[in-house]
Design a protein around this ligand. Structure first.
Ligand code: CP
Length: 322
């Protein structure tokens, strides 16, 4: 079985991946980390492949990380945003993608405000599709880079206690983390105001903490989510100040933990709201390690979907994907 068969045509989410498929991506990312540490950060692995980055929602980390991953693997890539493209004239997503395919592309990386947009596209075009975040559904490469960062520190995921804190309701990162971590044998909890947890949270099989102090007592790691104010129509929380007072992760709260707790945040952060600056910049924060690992994870996903063989990833650092 080839790597592309074992991963499938597209990466749309972690909900339907197996633990073996997740481990395959994480293990394939390991040898790719080193390329970004070189003076010349480029290998010819995906030379000749053409990739389109379709970003219909704002992004700093994910878009730039995919661009770096593509460039470091020598793929040819172009970026398309909704503003400045014919999407702003009313062209449909599928028409845009089909026109790009007519120019003989190989892969599409898509970020879109609608949940399900990546799957919708994947079912209609032949190119590989990678979900870079679709509405409140999934953000699989973020989930993968979070898991790689946790595995770097703890040397395992099985049995790890990870609490996802904050605006779970609007978070595709939360969903990808919950699915991915549970498949890898971690214990997952969530903590946030009831108004920012999905009604069906019990169906996710996670522990629910109503007090951040209880989550801190329980967890090995906190993945602290941004309050997605742009997705809130109002009424979810009394005020940002009140949210910080009740649910904010502060140094004082962490100092009462029975052990050091690893701190993750997918970014962008609302400093002083869900996370205080001395935690974000503190000794237990791996927030920038997450960003660094994002490039390696995305290189691994691109490599595997292009047909690269996992056992050759080390060799591929100096050669072709196949
Ligand atoms: N974590 C994340 O998706 O960040 P961006 O929105 O900046 O891509």
């Amino acid at each position: 079985m080839t790597a592309s068969e074992s991963l499938g045509k597209d990466l749309l989410g972690l909900e339907h991946l197996s633990s073996d498929q997740i481990r395959l991506i994480l293990d394939t990312a390991e040898p790719f980390k080193e390329i970004s540490e070189r003076a010349i950060k480029k290998v010819p692995t995906l030379r000749g492949s053409t990739i389109v980055n379709l970003f219909f929602e704002a992004s700093t980390r994910t878009r730039i990380s995919f661009e770096f991953a593509e460039k470091r693997l020598s793929a040819d890539s172009v970026n398309v945003a909704s503003t400045g493209s014919s999407v702003s004239k009313g062209e449909t997503l599928v028409d845009t993608a089909r026109n790009l395919e007519a120019m003989r592309i190989d892969m599409v990386v898509i970020r879109h405000g609608a949940s399900g947009a990546a799957q919708f596209l994947a079912e209609r075009i032949e190119s590989n599709v990678i979900n870079a975040g679709d509405g409140t559904h999934e953000h699989p490469t973020q989930g993968l880079l979070d898991m790689l960062t946790l595995r770097d520190r703890f040397k395992r995921l099985a049995g790890l206690r990870v609490c996802i804190c904050g605006d779970v309701l609007h978070s595709r990162v939360a969903r990808s983390n919950i699915w991915g971590l549970q498949k890898m044998g971690a214990e997952v909890a969530v903590c946030g105001p009831r108004s920012l947890l999905p009604n069906a949270i019990a169906e996710f099989g996670v522990t629910v903490f109503e007090r951040i102090e209880d989550a801190i007592q329980w967890a090995d790691a906190l993945n602290i989510l941004r309050l997605q104010l742009e997705r809130m129509q109002g009424g979810y929380i009394p005020s940002l100040r009140e949210y910080n007072r009740v649910f904010g992760v502060s140094r004082e709260r962490l100092e009462r933990a029975p052990k050091d707790i690893l701190i993750l945040h997918p970014g962008p952060m609302n400093r002083g709201v869900e996370i205080d600056s001395d935690v974000a910049d503190g000794p237990h924060s791996v927030i920038l390690n997450q960003v660094t690992n994002g490039v390696a994870v995305r290189m691994a996903v691109l490599y595997l979907l292009a047909g690269g063989r996992p056992e050759l990833a080390e060799a591929a650092k100096g050669g072709g994907a196949r």
